[in-house]
Structures are given as structure tokens and as C-alpha cells.
Design a protein around this ligand. Structure first.
Ligand SMILES: *[C@@H]1O[C@H](CO)[C@@H](O)[C@H](O)[C@H]1NC(C)=O
Ligand SMILES: *[C@@H]1O[C@H](CO)[C@@H](O)[C@H](O)[C@H]1NC(C)=O
Ligand SMILES: *[C@@H]1O[C@H](CO)[C@@H](O)[C@H](O)[C@H]1NC(C)=O
Ligand SMILES: *[C@@H]1O[C@H](CO)[C@@H](O)[C@H](O)[C@H]1NC(C)=O
Ligand SMILES: *[C@@H]1O[C@H](CO)[C@@H](O)[C@H](O)[C@H]1NC(C)=O
Length: 261
């Protein structure tokens, strides 16, 4: 006689459904807290990247948005590992403070600011400027990085100050900036309806509010949370987090099994 034939099926299916239900909630429990919570103003790093004119970036903002200042935000602050996240459409005033990779640091004698709209995601990586997580900042000691789309038809080519005779370069690459969350009415593209909103035919995988204020009714949800995708698909550093949280349940299940048997 088989040892387990004495037991009715009910405890097993209950145990299995408990495990199943628990697992199905797990993404929301363990992943949601991994996003970086930042204050409406503070300090950040700023880098730049080339975004082709009319390119439709991760948020799915209209192609015309590229005619105005836009930026990508580091993944763990952006709030999704793919497609749109809560940062999409938000506007920030960024002010250049100093370069700090150069020796000595360069402090410009002019104040340069730009109001950007977040339209893109800068993927999480092990190093580099978009690597901040809730466990630690990037190499500039900041949890936010704004990757400015530049050159841009809307930003002067001499936007980044420099002192070529002293440093031998015109582009410091990485800046320490101050940022303030501002209304998108301050954004250069505000008066052009074609530059606002999301691309219609991308359907639900686009989310680019005109002027998000942080309420659930005007701010994008996290695409990856909604789809059950972990926030960390771009690195291997975090992929172990969900197997680790599975371990106690597997251990529990195994010990329950061994008690039953
Ligand atoms: C952006 O910051 C600069 C420097 O602090 C300030 O002069 C400017 O008024 C700010 N712009 C907006 C729209 O807040
Ligand atoms: C990000 O990378 C820098 C080196 O580029 C490193 O010093 C820092 O610890 C990294 N941050 C995280 C959170 O991994
Ligand atoms: C960035 O600027 C702030 C304000 O001037 C300063 O306190 C901070 O040390 C700077 N950070 C770096 C890495 O230069
Ligand atoms: C600001 O500094 C630059 C070099 O970094 C110099 O060429 C320029 O003349 C200075 N401007 C003022 C107003 O001091
Ligand atoms: C969104 O919610 C806020 C309160 O959370 C409310 O003041 C605002 O009017 C709402 N906006 C829309 C478009 O419903």
C-alpha cells in the first residue's frame, strides 16, 4: 500500500493552493519596495545621450516631444524596468552645479537650467550612472540620474559650460545638478499640443501624461509591476531576490511534506 493513500486529497490541495496564492501575490509584496522614493527637489547627476529626433522612447510620448527638452530617468527611480513608469511625463527643472569627474571640479561662472520632461528609461546596470538602487547611490552619491537627450534642436549646443584651455575638453559628460519637480506648464513644449500626451496607436503600452502631479488619476502606474515583471531584468545583481524570498516557502512546504509523510 502506498504510504500517502491514507490521506485525503484535501490538505494537499489546500497546501498547494496556499502556496500558489502566496506566490501570485509575491511580486507585489517584494518588488514594489525596490523602487527609489525621491523627494520633489534635491541633487542628482546629469548625463546626456543621443535620442534621434522623432524617436518614440520608453514612455510612448509623442514623437514631437523630441523637439523639446526631454530626459531619461534611471530605472529604479523611473519605476518600471520596461515601457512606462510613474516618472513618465513628469517635468523637472535641472540646474548645472559642477562637474566632478574632472580634476579639479569645474564650477561654471554662469547658471544654466533646463526644464525637461521625462520620456525615457535609463536601464539599471551594475555600474555607470543609472545604477542606483534603494541599497545604494550611483558613483556621484545620488539616487537620481537625468540622462538628457542632447544634442537637441531645443537646447543650445553650448548648453554645457566648459573651460577648454584649462581642461582640454568641452564636454565633462557628468554633472552634479540640482533638480526641482515643476509643473509641465514650464516646459518648452507645453504650448504645442502635438508634443503632449502619448502615441495613440501604441495602445495601453504608452503612458505620457501632459502634467502628472503624482495622484493615481494623473500619473502612470508601473508597467512592470502591473505585468508581474521584476524591476531588475537588466542586471543579474537583483534577479536572485525572488528565489531568495521563495526559499522560506519552499522550506515550509518541504517540512510540511516531511511531517505529513
Ligand atoms: C530653474 O532653476 C533656476 C535656478 O535655480 C531658476 O532660476 C529658474 O527660475 C528655475 N525655473 C523654473 C521653471 O522653476
Ligand atoms: C554604481 O557604480 C559605482 C561605480 O561606477 C559604484 O561605486 C556604486 O557602488 C554602484 N552603486 C550601486 C548601487 O551598485
Ligand atoms: C553637488 O552640489 C551640492 C550643492 O553645491 C554639493 O553639496 C554636493 O557636494 C555636490 N556633489 C558632488 C558630487 O559634487
Ligand atoms: C566664464 O568662464 C569662461 C571660461 O570657463 C570664460 O571664458 C568666460 O569669459 C567667463 N565669463 C565671465 C562672465 O566671467
Ligand atoms: C485627481 O485627484 C485629485 C485628488 O487626489 C483631485 O484633486 C483631482 O481633481 C483629480 N483629477 C482628475 C482629472 O480627476
Amino acid at each position: 500500500m502506498l504510504p500517502w493513500s491514507n490521506f485525503s486529497a484535501t490538505p494537499w490541495s489546500q497546501l498547494l493552493s496556499f502556496i500558489f496564492i502566496f506566490l501570485s501575490f509575491l511580486p507585489h509584496i517584494s518588488w514594489a519596495s525596490e523602487w527609489i522614493d525621491y523627494s520633489p527637489d534635491g541633487y542628482a547627476t546629469m548625463t546626456h545621450y543621443s535620442l534621434p529626433e522623432n524617436f518614440i522612447a520608453a514612455c510612448g510620448c509623442t514623437s514631437t516631444s523630441t523637439n523639446y527638452p526631454t530626459a531619461a530617468m534611471n530605472q529604479m527611480a523611473y519605476g518600471s524596468s520596461t515601457s512606462y513608469g510613474p516618472a513618465c511625463g513628469q517635468c523637472f527643472n535641472l540646474t548645472l552645479l559642477n562637474s566632478f569627474l574632472s580634476n579639479p571640479p569645474f564650477y561654471p561662472n554662469v547658471t544654466k537650467s533646463v526644464v525637461i520632461k521625462v520620456t525615457d528609461l535609463c536601464p539599471l546596470s551594475h555600474s555607470g550612472w543609472c545604477n542606483a538602487t534603494t541599497h545604494g547611490p550611483n558613483a556621484g552619491s545620488h539616487y537620481l540620474n537625468f540622462d538628457l537627450a542632447w544634442p537637441s534642436s531645443s537646447i543650445p549646443n553650448d548648453f554645457f559650460p566648459s573651460n577648454e584651455p584649462l581642461y582640454g575638453c568641452t564636454d565633462f559628460g557628468v554633472w552634479n545638478v540640482s533638480y526641482q519637480s515643476v509643473s509641465c506648464t514650464n516646459w518648452k513644449g507645453w504650448n504645442n499640443a502635438a508634443a503632449l500626451g502619448s502615441v495613440v496607436n501604441l495602445g495601453y503600452s504608452a503612458c505620457c501624461p501632459n502634467n502628472p502631479a503624482g495622484s493615481t488619476n494623473d500619473t502612470c502606474p508601473s508597467y512592470s509591476d502591473d505585468s508581474g515583471i521584476p524591476p531588475d531584468t537588466q542586471t543579474s545583481g537583483f534577479t536572485i531576490s525572488s528565489p531568495i524570498s521563495l526559499l522560506p516557502i519552499v522550506t515550509l512546504a518541504v517540512s510540511l511534506l516531511s511531517h505529513v509523510l
